[in-house]
Design a protein around this ligand. Sequence first.
Ligand code: ZN
Length: 107
Amino acid sequence: MVLKKQKCPCCNKEISFSKIFSAKNDLEYYCDDCHNVSYIKMDKKIYNLVIALIALCVIIVFVFSFVIRMLFLGAIIIILLFLGFYLLVPNFLKLSCGSEKQKRQFK
Ligand SMILES: [Zn+2]
């Protein structure tokens, strides 16, 4: 699993993981270095990952509750899957530097 570091599209400076997570909720990222606002777009490919994740969860729940009868272990695996998914989310974000007009509004 390779975690791609996101970069500020305006000044090319690397953005820390925690910052990307706090920014992704309001879909814009404010760069402390170049003071530009970037807009965050979610890659559509993430939906394939979500579908795969849900399918995997269904299989795990089924196997662990009916076949192995260890639902607790299944729950732990599902939590780990979601954690892994969450770590991959920044790889699907596309940042674009705010337009000239938008930049002027922030000055
Ligand atoms: Zn920047």
